[in-house]
Ligand binder design. Sequence first.
Ligand code: NAD
Length: 377
Amino acid sequence: MPMGDQQKDVYRTTVTVPPSTAARSYEVIVRSDLLDQAGEPIADLCPAHRYAVIADTQVADLYGKRLLEALAAAKLEASLFRFPAGEWNKSRQVWGELCDTILRAGFGRDSAVIALGGGVAGDLAGFVAATYMRGVPVVQVPTSLLAMLDSSVGGKTGLDTPMGKNLIGAFHQPAVVLVDPETLKTLPLPQLAAGLSEAIKHGLILDADYFEEIAGRLPAVFDRDSEYLLRLIFRSVELKAGVVSRDERERGYRTVLNFGHTVGHALETLSGYGWLHGEAVAAGLVAEARIGEAAGVTAAGTAQRVQEVLEAARLPVEPEADVTADRFFRALEVDKKRKGGSVRYTLLTRIGEVAGSSGSGWSKEVPEELVRRALFG
Ligand SMILES: NC(=O)c1ccc[n+]([C@@H]2O[C@H](COP(=O)([O-])OP(=O)(O)OC[C@H]3O[C@@H](n4cnc5c(N)ncnc54)[C@H](O)[C@@H]3O)[C@@H](O)[C@H]2O)c1
């Protein structure tokens, strides 16, 4: 189980994945200005001969030099490898190019990867680490809100394909996660909102008080109030770590984290990645709350409240106008194949609680006709 601890302005938690042993635990450290002091924890918690720092061009320009200087100050040898920013670069091609460049630079089995950036860098660099010379350790240094409070924790790494998102990948838990919320000062507003949708999801599935707290503190988030952002990141990490600690590989309970994502992934693919991941998830959260109500599983009025809060968080709550029912169900086919011939939804009973049990599972099949009526009238 995760163990939370707050001392002054530092939050630390330990994520332990089953089978629980010391070797399967790692720390998530959240502290302002950690980027400039990243050398010491990396040397301690992920010792390696050389470090390959992987970042997209945008984040590399903003923070690459500072991280390299922090590593040099701790006498660690590191080089920066860049890839072009954008979800469409979470691809086999870019993964191959990165691996080849790092191989040509002579990095051996005693190296480690440092993923610096948003969820795209985290998933892509994590997959490079999972596969490079059959696997080297990875340190996650998330810089987007979504990556800080969600994607850097839990060990999912992977790539998108023309057939759908995240279809090639591996579980590869990080050696340590280092979060410096000060980097959020440069994050564009839409990206900040997109990150919020995963935090709101954590509240919806696990903690009603947290959901309402976020709803009441949206101005603090958009003002980039450091104190509240620290609290938000830490509470989300704690909630996600609790889930991952019970089920690392999504064989059961981890499915609760997929609330909003069955519809969300389809909408993200249909947008041609014009929508940010978190934006598609937001519309997915409302849609799946509606589906739950239509199926008689979710308390009446839930979808309305979810919609209000996401709207206030400046996130989309309806599919884009060109998403017809036919296009939508065709996009869902990928999910269907992935999950053994049926489309499954994680549904809420009410805000803060997912429907299901270890016996009956944490997701449900819903008849297509009912989904059609709930989403397209
Ligand atoms: N592995 C998981 O468990 C998991 C969970 C949720 C989402 N994801 C994945 O995460 C990805 C989405 O992540 P994302 O929203 O962070 O996208 P992203 O990595 O593309 O980052 C968004 C944009 O913000 C920029 N950026 C990042 N940090 C910045 C900063 N501090 N200042 C200025 N610009 C900055 C990036 O350059 C990029 O252009 C998707 O691919 C999704 O599938 C993975």
